[in-house]
Design a binder for this molecule. Structure first.
Ligand code: FE2
Length: 282
């Protein structure tokens, strides 16, 4: 190999992944349909699960708008958003955000939980809001109901569902007793919105069947043979996808935005859970 050929080959070998990670993948949304059997469900429910929008200069408006459009086009019965609506409390256009959220919420009932970037102890120590009030208000004006340590019973596809939501683990805002106050009727399918999948270890004694989480961004960088070394969780079994946990399930979406605008082998994701009745209800 000539010296020139060597440098061209090396340039391509190093440059192509960098181009992919910095410019192609962060904007290359994947629409994923995930079948999921849920105890006590009487009829199918299409649930759009979005997370980690991370609106900031590194997550362009067009990415969020396309993610919402992709989700709305699937005609969901229910939309759940599991936190990190912003990255640091600065540099986002409130009026624009409110309008796109309102367009999303017109398509189906929308519920949300808060992430570590949305305000509170963790965010405040990282240049963000001191509480979740600003983001909760933004969501309210956008037609989205925040489940911050509380639960609601809703009617979807002619049946009752329990939706509970907790505050963020890193923000020290999980108050499970409040979130699960007033137990659901015994045969009610119960979903839990909790930003960080590690929170499962604090929530095992409470009644839920399926937990919806984000936070990991799928690891953001997924390396062959190595995996996802940068995923910000203790339990690396729950970095993305639908996984069993005890007698329950946890779904972690890779999310839409990112930190630092880099993704490798880990595309942003619009997740659609096709909830179906269990063959044998437990
Ligand atoms: Fe996040």
């Amino acid at each position: 190999m000539t010296r020139r050929k060597f440098w061209v080959t090396a340039g391509v070998a190093l440059g192509a992944p960098a181009l992919d990670a910095g410019y192609i993948e962060p904007r290359w949304l994947e629409l994923s349909f995930v079948p999921c059997r849920l105890p006590h469900l009487a009829a199918p429910v299409r649930l759009l699960h979005l997370s980690d929008l991370h609106v900031s200069p590194l997550a362009p408006r067009s990415l969020v708008e396309r993610a919402f459009d992709m989700g709305r086009e699937t005609k969901p019965d229910l939309v759940c958003l599991t936190g990190d609506f912003i990255t640091n409390g600065e540099n986002f256009d409130v009026a624009w955000y409110e309008s796109v959220l309102r367009r999303l919420s017109r398509s189906a009932p929308c519920y949300a939980s808060m992430g570590n970037h949305d305000g509170g102890f963790w965010a405040h120590t990282h240049g963000g809001f001191g509480s979740t009030v600003e983001i909760s208000e933004l969501l309210r004006r956008g037609g989205i109901e925040t489940l911050h340590n509380r639960a609601v019973d809703i009617q979807i596809a002619g049946q009752r569902l329990r939706l509970a939501g907790v505050g963020d683990l890193w923000s020290r805002e999980i108050h499970a007793e409040a979130a699960f106050a007033g137990a659901p009727a015994p045969s009610t399918p119960s979903l839990l919105l909790s930003h960080n999948p590690d929170s499962k270890d604090h929530l095992g004694q409470y009644p839920w069947h399926l937990m919806l989480s984000g936070h990991t961004h799928g690891g953001q960088v997924s390396l062959p043979l190595i995996g996802t070394p940068f995923a910000p969780v203790r339990d690396h079994r729950y970095v993305e996808g639908l996984r069993p946990w005890r007698d329950r399930q946890i779904h972690v979406t890779r999310g839409v935005g990112s930190i630092l605008g880099v993704r490798f082998n880990c595309r942003p994701q619009v997740s659609v859970l096709e909830l179906m009745p269990s063959r044998v209800s437990s």
